[in-house]
Write a protein that binds this ligand. Sequence first.
Ligand SMILES: [Zn+2]
Length: 152
Amino acid sequence: MENALCPECGRKLLVDKCLSETDAVMKCKHCEKTFNISFDEKTFPAKFNSFNWGAFLIGWIWCLFNGKIWLGILLFLMRFFYNDFNNIPHIVLAYFVFVLVIGINLGRKGNKIAWNHKEWKSVEAFEKAQKSWMIAGIIINVLVFVLAFIRG
Ligand SMILES: [Zn+2]
């Protein structure tokens, strides 16, 4: 994939906002400036701005592999220790609100986070990977739900 470089410092630009398959507002973290960049060929996924279901459904593991390691560890630990506190209603409620808010935020920003995290070989490779995360998210959540149901 073609990289866009900062006109001022030459570092790699990150996508700030995708406008179309060929245009984006891109940001240089170093200079803290944004630039409107147009590519000659299709560079971004058509659904760049759509919701990332994998990030929403299994943020605790999705984050670890898509460049949000500390958030992933936090979500993972919360999930792990959740059972120790699940007899306290306020904590249960706070946990679900927190996970839901983080999840929606991750879903909305997921494609941007994942796209900026690494060099993708192609738009198709990116789409395929994020689709796999979505399928994994559905399977894992169904399994968790079924197990919780069986255990009562
Ligand atoms: Zn720069």
